[in-house]
Design a protein around this ligand. Structure first.
Ligand SMILES: [Zn+2]
Ligand SMILES: [Zn+2]
Length: 268
C-alpha cells in the first residue's frame, strides 16, 4: 500500500525528521510514501506552511531520501497547495519549476473562513445556527468547485473537510457534490481518501463512505493519504480505508510519478 499525504516540520505544525516518516512507512510495509507538505501562498494560514523560498530545499530533501531508500521504498515528492484564486498563477509557476511527482489541491480557508484549525470559531465552541452551518458548507463546496477551474493540481485532498469538527449541515449537499465529482471526472483528476478524519471529531474518512460510493459510480479513483504530521501516524487507519474502497466497489487505486498517473489493482 502507499501513503500519499505526509507532512514535514517545514509546515511548523508537524513533528519528527523526514527520514523517520520513511522508516515508519518501511516498518509497516508500505511500498511508496509521498511527502505532500503544505504550500500556502496567501497570507491567511501561511504560518502553517513552508514559504515559497523553502520549496527548493524541501524538494531537494525529498530527492536525497528517494536515493537513500531506493532499494526499500519509493519516496515521492509532492505539495499540498492551499487554494487561493489570487495566487493560482504563482502556484502553477512553482509546480512547473520542479519535477514533483504529484500536486494536491486543498481548501482550508473558503472565502477566508477557517475550517481547518481547532483554534478557529468553527473548531472551537463558536455558536452556529443550522443556517450558519449550511452557509459554511455552501462556501466550502463553491470554493472547491472554483478550484477545479484551475489545472495546477492532480489530487483533490480531503474532499469534505468542512465536517472536521463534527458540524453537519441540516440540508443535503448532494447536488453540489455531484457537480464537483462531474468536474473531477471530466478533468480525469484523482480524489484522496484521507484517513485523518478518524482522529478528528468528524470520526470518519474524508470523503464520507457515501461519497466514496458516488466516486466509484463515476469511475473516479483514489490515492490513500494519512495526512500524518508525525512519523507514527504514517499509514494510520489504512485497514479501514481499504475496507471502504472494497465495499464501494473500487478495485484499483492510483499512484503518481512525475505527475503521471498509474492505476494499480488493490490487493484486498
Ligand atoms: Zn497540516
Ligand atoms: Zn489539508
Amino acid at each position: 500500500m502507499f501513503d500519499y499525504h505526509v507532512h514535514t516540520r517545514l509546515c511548523n505544525h508537524a513533528e519528527g525528521v523526514m527520514s523517520d516518516f520513511v522508516l515508519r512507512a518501511i516498518e509497516i510495509g508500505l511500498k511508496e510514501i509521498c511527502f505532500l507538505d503544505h504550500l500556502t501562498l496567501q497570507d491567511q494560514g501561511k504560518e502553517l506552511s513552508m514559504t515559497p523560498g523553502e520549496v527548493p530545499m524541501y524538494f531537494q530533501a525529498v530527492q536525497v531520501l528517494k536515493k537513500k531508500f531506493a532499494d526499500r521504498i519509493d519516496v515521492k515528492a509532492g505539495l499540498e497547495i492551499d487554494f487561493s484564486e489570487t495566487h493560482a498563477d504563482m502556484a502553477a509557476d512553482i509546480v512547473n519549476t520542479y519535477s514533483f511527482d504529484v500536486i494536491g489541491g486543498s481548501v482550508h480557508f473558503p472565502e477566508g473562513f477557517d475550517v481547518v484549525r481547532r483554534s478557529s470559531t468553527w473548531g472551537n465552541k463558536g455558536d452556529y445556527t443550522d443556517e450558519d452551518v449550511n452557509r459554511v458548507y455552501s462556501r466550502y463546496y463553491e470554493t472547491m468547485s472554483r478550484m477545479l477551474d484551475y489545472d495546477y493540481f492532480d489530487i483533490l485532498c480531503h474532499f469534505d473537510l468542512a465536517k472536521k469538527f463534527g458540524r453537519k449541515p441540516s440540508r443535503s449537499f448532494d447536488n453540489e457534490i455531484i457537480e464537483i465529482l462531474r468536474k473531477v471526472k471530466q478533468k480525469d483528476l484523482t480524489l484522496e481518501l484521507n484517513t485523518s478524519g478518524y482522529a478528528h471529531p468528524a470520526g470518519e474518512s474524508y470523503p464520507a463512505p457515501d461519497i466514496i460510493k458516488k466516486c466509484s459510480d463515476f469511475g473516479i479513483r483514489f490515492v490513500l493519504g494519512s495526512d500524518a504530521h508525525d512519523p507514527k501516524s504514517v499509514g494510520r487507519y489504512f485497514d479501514k480505508a481499504i475496507r471502504l474502497l472494497e465495499e464501494a466497489g473500487c478495485k484499483k487505486i492510483v499512484s503518481f510519478s512525475g505527475r503521471k498517473k498509474c492505476v494499480i489493482p488493490i490487493d484486498f
